[in-house]
Write a protein that binds this ligand. Sequence first.
Ligand SMILES: [Zn+2]
Length: 328
Amino acid sequence: MHLNKYLTLILLYFVINLHSIPILQSSDTVQTTSIYNPEQNEGLEGGDMVPQPFQKSLTDRGVAIKPASSNRWAGGVVPYEFAANITANNSAFIVAQMRAMENLTQVNNTQCISFRPRNASDLYFITIFNGSGCYSPVGSWGSYIGTRPVSLMHGTYSTCMVSGIVQHELTHVLGFYHEQSRPDRDSYVSIQWANIDPSQAFNFVKYNDSQVDVEMTSYDYGSVMHYEWNAFALNSSGPTIIPTQNTSAYIGQRIRLSPVDILAIQRYYGCVPTPNITTTTISTTITTTLMSSTTTTSIISSMGNSSTVMSTTTTAATSVIIDTFWKL
Ligand SMILES: [Zn+2]
């Protein structure tokens, strides 16, 4: 029953988006809702995600989605197609960002991940279209049959055609969540709950280490997957995220993959080995962090149902369906 309801909602969402493009391009009303940041699509998971239809909660997130085996693109290859409402200039720009990501993540002059035009035999592929905001699926969606919509809006008042925004969305596609959703984030940033609209608080929930894998990387303020300092603020002149280890760190860059982003992608796709040391110690640390943070917000305490997530993932791997979506 939940599955059907979510599926209907998601399908309606896409149908509305796909068919409202001419209206969007001429409608100030719609576009001004995202004039400041097209990544912050209120009501969507993580601001730029659409929740997977079989998920009970909107609160799961993290870095690299688990399990990698059913969320990675086979061979690191992502087939893509452009919808008709993506202009030639914008498709060239997006392809340039794909090439940049391929080059950045190369290992010994060999591509680690790649994007190529979809061919007729591809069962799994993304469709990039000019929708209402910037959002994308997280991971490959396993064996789900059908397109994975990636919205890269280009409008009068707001656009996703920024190098780091396109790379951010495509990194979601590769299987990555937002940096500040890491299990260890409370050791690196302070979330300013008082300045966050309660209805948007779900954007700041973190994942636990059964749901995500940090790929043995350190927390990265410079990640292209990190939110900016005042994301989803009630008062946008005040912060919602304060770096605590380096108080002058700039967060929210949208230029390109950071060195740590690159390493995480290379490890997730098996292009370089992931160190296997001190796993037990790290798990203990993360658990401690989670335990101490459960009193911070009821949202966090409701997120950690790993059994639900694992069964969901199993479903996705064996038959269906839609994995998590991110709006930029
Ligand atoms: Zn995002």
